[in-house]
Design a protein around this ligand. Structure first.
Ligand code: ZN
Length: 178
């Protein structure tokens, strides 16, 4: 397993719609392992493959006791509405309140190639939707009001100057509980 650098806001791959995965190969499994390790190292609750530079439909989530790999994920059903603060490993130190469906049913394939269905609510449902957005080239900033988005992007630009690296190196996790 290895840690991968995370692409930051401004990196074009974050805006690329990701391609479906035709088959869950050993290469895909290795990618999933690396993504779990990178997500843990960055202390995130989710990570999409394009955040580490690969525009394919693979994402991982670890929230509310569920640690899942999602290959070719789709939202089969969605209901309710919830507004909570979100952040993103690709947009450090920026947070905004995003309204999303509160409950969802996820359909995806796991890292062993088995299809599954998962009912999720709360932070788990939010993280899953955030990661699927990434696979479609959508960032949580896009779901804010235009004014809020302008404010947050301006704040980010003050702290991350043009010409700064668009890659963020992730340190090995120090001792996170499993
Ligand atoms: Zn994100």
């Amino acid at each position: 397993m290895s840690l991968r650098p995370i692409h930051l806001l401004g990196s074009p791959v974050l805006r690329e719609p990701s391609a479906p995965v035709p088959e869950v190969t050993d290469e895909v499994r290795r990618l999933v392992d690396d993504m779990f390790e990178t997500m843990d190292g960055a202390e995130g609750v989710g990570l999409a493959a394009n955040q580490i530079g690969m525009a394919i439909r693979v994402a991982v989530v670890d929230a509310e006791g569920s640690r899942i790999a999602m290959i070719n994920p789709t939202i089969a059903e969605a209901s309710g509405k919830a507004r909570e603060e979100e952040g993103c490993l690709s947009i450090p130190d920026v947070y905004g309140e995003v309204t999303r469906p509160e409950r969802i049913i996820l359909e995806a394939t796991d890292q062993h190639g088995a299809p599954y269905r998962l009912e999720a609510a709360g932070l788990l449902a939010r993280a899953i939707q955030h990661e699927i957005d990434h696979l479609d080239g959508i960032l949580f900033l896009d779901r804010l009001s235009p004014m809020k988005r302008r404010l947050l992007v301006a704040k980010y630009r003050r702290e991350h100057k043009e010409g700064d690296s668009l890659l963020r190196e992730v340190a090995r996790p120090s001792g996170r509980t499993p």
